[in-house]
Design a protein around this ligand. Sequence first.
Ligand code: ASP
Ligand code: MG
Length: 469
Amino acid sequence: MRLVMKFGGTSVGTSDAIRQVVEIVRDTARNRQIVIIVSAMNSPDLRTTDSLIQAAYAAAAGNDSATAEVAPRLLDMHMRAAHELTTPEECSRLEPELRAMFDYISDLSRSIAVLGELTPRALDLISGQGERCNARLIAAALRGVGLDAEAIDATDLIVTNARFGDATPLMDQTAERSRKRLLPLLQRGCVPVVTGFIGATPNGITTTLGRGGSDYSCAILGATLDADEVWFWKEVDGVMTANPKVAPEARTLPVLSYQEMAELSYYGANVLHPKTVRPVVQRGIPIRIRNTFNPAHPGTLITGDTAAGTAKAVTAIRDASLITIGGPGMLGLTGVAARIFGAVARAGANTLLISQASSEQNVCLAVPRRDAEAAVNELRCELDNDFAHHDVEHIGVQEPVVIVAVVGSGMRGTPGIAGQVFGALGEAGINVIAIAQGSTENNISLVVTDADGDAAVRTVHHAFAMEAS
Ligand code: ASP
Ligand code: MG
């Protein structure tokens, strides 16, 4: 069995956390081939990636010692962890290597300060340095307990386009390079420890895959290496039926479909982003989310199967604004919806939910509250003429509102689910302001006032006995 697994920044943020990781790797590597992908150390005292990015911007603003100030602290954090985790021989090999890396970016940041300009390309070089250090540290920690492990920079494996800061992998070239480099290591029983977040253009210039990009790195390698499963080690037991801060009886879902995962992540649950895991989803590779700090828990298994159950989870997006555009002349006025959404898009607002009843007297849409004002201004410009003709008579905003989404692939084709949702809310005295359900029937979304948000989540959670099933 071949596993590709990623440890997120908190899972590798302190020496205690890394000790857990070493235990997990030791256990899982026993009778399997495993590749691990690591984020930068995200310690409560020093967030590596954030501090590197801040230093790079400070350099661009003229502070020529910005990186030189943070570099020794980062070096110290990594070396202190190394001394706790591995042998003196490993530490004395690691130290000059990490020091050279920090010297290099300190030099680079002095040049940035001289030029007074930070290019996206230079930012990628600096911000990806944390992963390079941590892969070396963790490989040293694994060797410290007698495992065969090797740190590998993903710049040798993941080939991307040159869109710095948000690069896209070129999958064919990536497959060729990663298989050539990693398969022989796996065959000899070695654990490759690969940097998350970074890649390189075909000519070898470092890129990054976007903030939080280590999940993407893991999915890319899982796909190109034909992994049997891809695991994401995080600081939670898995995907939950609801936010436990809102619904204390929420529990971890043992199984979920890809589709359900996507719906949940769109609706604000802290799950894997669908774009990030597309490479493994396309190939039907099962995904597991597991807890580094509770490895005995089986976590959540996510596959292409539509697992049993109807409404499985309920999530909420807070701080939304509901914009309603209405007027008697909107009936049969072709193109008005296109113009409305065009205007909202021009305002840079992300539409979270759309609803229009077939009377066509009004269209309502929800956007994040911070975008509402710009969206409304743009709508007023766009619809100026329609106001003059009284086709459109009002643009109203209600805020803050909460969008509650009830998710489950099994809701499709099952009558009565919507009835159960709205019946329960009605009984609880919660007023529903707007409703949307796409024709995939995976998700029923509704809008309630901010004051009703938590109660709505708890009511739906309870109505479908999500805590028990
Ligand atoms: N270290 C990178 C970040 O903080 C990538 C990751 O952790 O996924 O964005
Ligand atoms: Mg992260």
